[in-house]
Design a protein around this ligand. Structure first.
Ligand code: NDP
Length: 350
């Protein structure tokens, strides 16, 4: 399957869904910097105003499309007609819903809707990249585990099937991502003789980095950026206990590297048909706190628990080898990400 090349004239156009989000804004920016044209989907014109302002200098290569309900049948029929690639990123990220269907329905129907529209109307589409998550890979384990693209999270889906609204908040989000990703692969398998494009899925862990989407207060940050703000840049660490700050049970990646992985997933022929983990490594919040304290900033930072030992063994890790081999990825360090986030906060007066 041919991948997209930005050396053609006119440049290929890429549809990015959920374009006003934390990660998607960086994806749009990276695509434009690389010479692509971009059609950014948002739910209302108002939500697109910041994008139009932010990308005004890109020689008419950025346009907006409003799709109010991505889960509606045929929602993307018109939007896919003139694009060569799609990055489907819109999906609810929330850990306080009662009904799991509030997450599952838009995640699943949004993903399937994009693929169905591409099947029917996307004659010039060559590749579709879907943003999944390590949520569709990881399961809770008692012992330290390294997960890879061969792993599928069945635990969260079973929790929803058994417990419905009483399932854990984490299961609800993880199930939405798992069911959406699973459905995407099944759709491609079922329609492989009819489609002229292929599918790549990117699976990132917690994403941190400077913010370019529209946010005026820290409390309006998306869930991963607010977690970083709370644990690393709030003097009382949001009241998080020592065991949490010192645990090594999460992995992370810089938002600009996630954006780069998505763009390379469009560009690299070998990425077709693959799920690809994009992860910089494990984190212990105390490591980020120590890193932040070693950098110049106007911010009043917590000290955390600098005299306590941090665990050396990660409870879970994601094998990012495929991202390095197929996409040629290398990942920003904790120091670079921390420095740039703090500079962003300082510039905003937070
Ligand atoms: P944001 O919350 O910043 O952006 C989410 C985007 O999806 C927004 O454009 C939002 O639109 C849209 N969206 C949310 N709910 C719906 C819905 N019900 N119907 C239509 N559109 C909706 O999230 P992130 O940038 O953090 O996440 C982007 C993608 O990356 C998601 O698919 C997420 O699952 C995935 N991801 C994120 C990680 C992270 O750490 N941030 C880690 C791994 C994966 P609106 O503004 O109108 O609500």
């Amino acid at each position: 399957m041919p991948a997209l090349s930005n050396s053609t004239a006119p440049p290929p156009k890429v549809l990015v869904t959920g374009a006003n989000g934390f990660v998607a804004m960086w994806v749009v920016r990276t695509l434009l910097e690389r010479g692509f044209s971009v059609k950014g989907q948002v739910r209302s014109a108002v939500k697109g105003e910041h994008l139009v302002r932010y990308f005004k200098d890109h020689e008419g290569r950025f346009e907006l499309v409003v799709v109010p309900d991505i889960a509606e049948e045929g929602a993307f029929d018109a939007a896919v007609m003139d694009v060569s690639g799609v990055i489907h990123m819109a999906s609810p990220v929330s850990f306080d819903v009662e009904d799991p269907q509030d997450l599952i329905r838009p995640a699943l129907n949004g993903t399937l809707g994009v693929l169905k529209s591409a099947l029917k109307h996307g004659r010039s589409i060559q590749r579709i990249v879907v943003t999944a998550s390590v949520a569709s890979i990881v399961e809770d384990r008692d012992t330290p585990t390294v997960f890879s693209e061969a792993d599928w999270n069945t635990q969260a889906v079973r929790d929803i099937e058994a417990n419905g609204a009483a399932a854990s908040a984490m299961s609800k989000y993880r199930a939405s991502k798992t069911l959406a990703e699973r459905a995407a692969w099944d759709f491609v398998e079922e329609h492989k003789s009819e489609i002229g494009w292929d599918l790549t899925v990117i699976n990132p862990p917690m994403i941190f980095g400077p913010v370019i989407h529209e946010v005026t207060t820290p409390s309006a940050l998306n869930f991963s950026a607010i977690a970083w703000y709370t644990c690393v840049a709030t003097p009382d660490m949001g009241g998080k206990p020592k065991e949490f700050i010192l645990a090594r049970r999460l992995c992370w990646v810089d938002v600009r590297d996630v954006a780069e992985a998505h763009v390379r997933a469009l560009e690299k022929e070998a990425a077709g048909g693959k799920r690809i983990i994009a992860s910089a490594g494990s984190l212990c919040w105390q490591e980020f706190i120590n890193t932040a304290n070693a950098l110049p900033t106007k911010h009043t930072l917590p000290r955390g628990f600098p005299d306590d030992e941090m665990p050396t063994v990660a409870h879970l890790l994601y094998d990012a080898t495929r991202s390095k081999e197929v996409l040629g990825m290398s990942y920003r360090t904790m120091e670079e990400t921390t420095r740039d986030i703090l500079a962003d906060y300082d510039a905003r007066g937070w």
